[in-house]
Design a protein around this ligand. Sequence first.
Ligand SMILES: [Ca+2]
Ligand SMILES: [Ca+2]
Length: 132
Amino acid sequence: MRRFLLAVAMSAGLLVSVPALTAAASAETFVPVRLTVWDTEDWTGADEVSMRYLGNDWQMPLNNNQFGVPDAKTFSGSFGIEVLDLDLGNWMDPHDLIGTHTVSAEQKGRGEQSAHFFGHGAHYELRYRVED
Ligand SMILES: [Ca+2]
Ligand SMILES: [Ca+2]
């Protein structure tokens, strides 16, 4: 009976560890350095900046020449980023899409990357790295 329980515990451990190893081998980390607002979309004060990626919705009010640092996240393959200025979000005053960008695992080890967004007359810049 004791030997049987040990065998069950070992096979259960194996089932758990195999997918964990597979995920670790293929994961990259998206590391934002800073998201800078060089020119706001709104005319009155700061933009309500929203950066949407990998299920995250990072938000921070930023005025001209201000920046924030969105959270790092792991991924595999590639993923898309949407950067917006949030307004009321209704039909009279919808959110403004400033731009989109695709991050790929192939950018790993290439140092700091830069993406510029120019939608609706604004100018935002995202600098980031892709690491192991
Ligand atoms: Ca706006
Ligand atoms: Ca706004």
